[in-house]
Design a protein around this ligand. Structure first.
Ligand code: PLP
Length: 383
């Protein structure tokens, strides 16, 4: 019998998925491993979506996205960043994961290289490889506050480099790239003729500053493809709705691929997204402040635990302390924390080689649970 699985998937890496079995082993597990929002979507958004479903939004929609949603996205970029978006440059996607996969399929020829600033959201690697590309890690370091260094990026560029993914603020490190850093990244992209794929899905989660989309910098509009999502900014991970902003020619290729895969983003999720944008300024603070309080709390706890070290995170809802003082690998630390105190965290090595020596805690539990987790963790001993 011929091999069932396609050759290109014979080497596929298992995704770091929730270990269902791990939960069964102990009754008091605190799961800080998954970046899924614990707060339910605002009731106004749910009610609006339910009522739109009842009035007939249960069918296929416009393949580019609900025209009302596209208008609402244009209005939000104008209001938040002063950026005018052309409607032909927006594609609504069923999540930014799917958006990134569509981007890679649309832009990569076999063997094209894409730079990722490591540690990075690990799904990028698969999205690049599924499209026939090659994922090239450019390490960033804690000593630089995880800010990418120009020399390292330049050293990784080859004639095959097509694009660089810039996730800001950064999952998993909690770093934030300010205007100076973004200008430098833009300069390199222009010099080396690279596309910038800007993953800006944590737009709202920046501490003490506000995000500037890299596409707004001089000379960057044509070479930037921006991904955004309703998942984190609106506590809507399960609705699977996001969007890509790109030049009309890229949008039209992505739309054609999207058409073959799903045709259109679920109508009902798009209706929820329209409502979400209309209530954004009113509801935003209620959950962002919750996550930012958790970040400050976790940072203070981590500072006082001798085997951890970390500088103050600047964004997202993740903390990424060093565990080098324990002498363990990040995988061994995660296993030990699970076995000894029933805390699930993600080893830094899951985010690329620059993540080794660190672990990620997703602050997606109530602060009382986070307190309990650090109370347990601080009792750990290492030989
Ligand atoms: C940096 C980053 N990009 C993309 C995603 C995927 O988001 P979505 O739910 O829109 O697919 C995540 C989810 O954790 C993420 O952390």
């Amino acid at each position: 019998m011929k091999s069932i699985i396609a050759g290109r998937f014979s080497n596929i890496k298992a995704q770091i998925a929730l270990d269902a079995e791990a939960f069964g082993r102990y009754s008091d597990v605190i799961d800080l491993s998954i970046g899924d929002c614990d707060i339910t979507t605002d009731p106004e958004i749910i009610d609006a979506a339910a009522s739109d479903a009842a009035s007939g939004y249960t069918k296929y929609g416009d393949p580019k996205g609900d025209p009302q949603l596209i208008k609402a996205i244009q209005a939000s970029y104008k209001a938040d960043y002063g950026i005018d978006l052309d409607e032909s440059g927006i594609l609504v996607t069923p999540s930014s994961c799917m958006g990134m996969a569509l981007v890679m399929l649309a832009i990569l020829d076999p063997g094209d290289q894409v730079l990722v600033l490591s540690p990075y959201f690990s799904v990028y690697e698969q999205q690049i490889e599924l499209a026939g590309g090659v994922c090239i890690e450019v390490p960033t370091y804690e000593k630089d506050d995880w800010i990418p260094q120009s020399q390292a990026i330049r050293a990784a560029i080859t004639p095959k480099t097509k694009a660089i993914i810039v996730n800001n603020p950064v999952n998993p490190t909690g770093a934030f790239y300010d205007s100076k850093c973004l200008r430098e990244l833009a300069r390199i992209a222009i010099e080396a003729d690279l596309l910038v794929i800007a993953d800006e899905i944590y737009t709202d989660y920046v501490l003490g500053a506000s995000l500037k989309p890299i596409m707004g910098l001089e000379g960057m509009r044509e070479r930037t493809i921006t991904l955004n999502s309703f998942s984190k900014n609106f506590m809507m991970t399960g609705w699977r709705v996001g969007y890509v902003i790109a030049s009309p020619s890229v949008v039209s290729v992505m739309q054609s691929i999207n058409g073959a895969m799903i045709y259109t983003t679920p109508s009902i999720s798009q209706r929820a997204a329209i409502k979400a944008l209309s209530v954004h300024s009113r509801i935003r603070e209620s959950y962002v402040s919750v996550y930012m309080k958790r970040m400050e709390y976790a940072y203070q706890r981590i500072k006082n635990i001798p085997f951890f070290s970390m500088s103050r995170p600047r964004g997202t809802f993740y903390v990424f302390p060093s565990i080098k003082a324990t002498g363990l690998s990040s995988r061994a630390f995660a296993d030990y924390a699970y076995d000894k105190c029933h805390i699930l965290c993600t080893p830094g090595s899951a985010f690329g080689s620059a993540g080794e020596g660190y672990v990620r805690f997703a602050l997606t539990q109530d602060i009382s649970r986070i307190k309990e987790a650090f109370d347990r963790l601080e009792k750990l001993h290492f030989a």
